[in-house]
Ligand binder design. Structure first.
Ligand code: GTP
Ligand code: SAM
Ligand code: SF4
Ligand code: SF4
Length: 323
């Protein structure tokens, strides 16, 4: 279905948990984040009902996210049921990779052929600092396993001045031998940490740095690029992508809505508005559920204003929505 600005909405980002086994400094404040009680989190059958309703409006791709989606029990069985829903053409998952070595095989068998893995440093100490205690070795083992089972891999790194900016070239170099898509994401000030302006490295600056060291060839964006502008280092097996939600937002081609693990449907990541789907999840309420999702799509804003007017968005943790 089209929204009121003529954008076709065919992609649902579904967060299945707000819990996470990491505490990334750009995603969560150091303290004050408490997980929701289990009773407040949608059951899998309720999530399936929402996705089934969304398919009647043209949703064809579902990305499972979180919190960390792999910490939720029963995730594989849920994915199998999701893959069996009529109308769903693609299921993807975004993960921090900590539990990936255990799950890669089952994920692939359940229908997840594409994986986005968040990895913000290739140095164990820096990785541990960014994630507040995470073990880089586990993520690398997870990536190795995902590769072995045949998954298509995208690596997401949030570029942050003074944190991992000295590693950007190392990340780019990964794409030379590996058929991965390595994506550089502009930091978004969602938790409004102090001096967030200082953290942001613009996509243009990232590109300028990469161009100084490599011959980058722009590629034509295809349906698998999502919000990233794609490039390839001459002769490389993989690609690079620049995602610029702040300096050059991609809202004009936005194709997505979101549903949080608490059943809040959001038309835009940065919008404070949400529609509570929980009262509409009864077996006989599918038409009401569809109407509510229609309303969400129709109410989608033209673009976010986080760069020009940070106060237009109340601070939030991406883990509560799914990024
Ligand atoms: N502002 C904004 N940022 C987004 C949006 N979707 C994803 N992002 C950010 O882009 C980064 C990559 O997100 P992913 O979960 O890998 O999803 P994606 O890039 O849409 O994935 P593909 O389906 O592979 O294109 C994360 O930092 C997200 O928070 C969006 O709609 N708006
Ligand atoms: C909220 S996480 C959920 C999935 C999983 N836990 C993970 O980290 O991949 C989804 C995405 O949001 C991104 N993200 C979180 N906070 C961000 C921020 N402030 N700026 C840019 N991206 C952010 C993460 O890097 C990750 O790629
Ligand atoms: S970015 Fe992902 S892994 Fe990091 S704290 Fe947020 S939800 Fe957890
Ligand atoms: S900020 Fe909102 S409108 Fe812009 S791309 Fe993200 S979800 Fe879409």
């Amino acid at each position: 279905m089209q929204d009121s600005f003529g954008r076709t909405i065919n992609y649902l980002r579904l967060s299945i948990t707000d819990r996470c086994n990491l505490r990334c400094l750009y995603c969560m404040p150091a303290t004050g984040i408490t997980s929701q009680h289990h009773d407040n989190i949608l059951r899998y059958d309720e999530m399936l009902r929402i996705v089934a309703a969304a398919t009647t409006l043209g949703i064809r791709k579902v990305r499972i996210t979180g919190g960390e989606p792999l910490v939720r029990k029963g995730v594989i069985g849920f994915l199998e049921q999701l893959a069996a829903l009529e109308g769903i053409e693609e299921i993807a998952l975004t993960t921090n990779g900590i539990l990936l070595a255990d799950y890669a095989e089952e994920l692939y068998a359940a229908g997840v052929k594409r994986l986005n893995i968040s990895l913000d440093s290739l140095k164990p100490d820096t990785f541990s600092d960014i994630t507040r205690g995470g073990d880089l070795g586990r993520v690398l083992a997870g990536i190795g396993k995902a590769e072995q089972v045949g998954m298509k891999i995208k690596l997401n790194l949030v570029a942050m001045r003074g944190v991992n900016d000295h590693e950007l070239l190392d990340f780019a170099a990964l794409s030379i031998d590996k058929p991965w898509s390595v994506r550089f994401i502009e930091y978004m000030p969602t938790i409004r940490e102090q001096q967030w302006q200082h953290r942001i490295i613009s996509g243009a600056d990232i590109l300028a740095l990469l161009n100084q060291h490599y011959q980058l060839n722009p590629l034509t964006a295809d349906r698998f690029c999502g919000p990233a502008r794609p490039y390839r280092i001459a002769g490389a097996a993989g690609t690079l992508g620049i995602i610029t939600p702040m300096s050059e937002h991609f809202c004009g081609s936005c194709n997505r809505i979101r549903v949080t693990s608490m059943g809040q449907a959001k038309s835009c990541l940065m919008s404070n508005d949400a529609v509570d789907l929980r009262p509409l999840l009864g077996v006989r309420q599918q038409s009401k559920l569809i109407d509510a999702l229609k309303m969400v799509i129709c109410g989608k804003p033209e673009h976010h204003c986080l760069g020009s007017d940070p106060d237009s968005t109340t601070p939030f943790s991406m883990a509560s929505i799914g990024g």
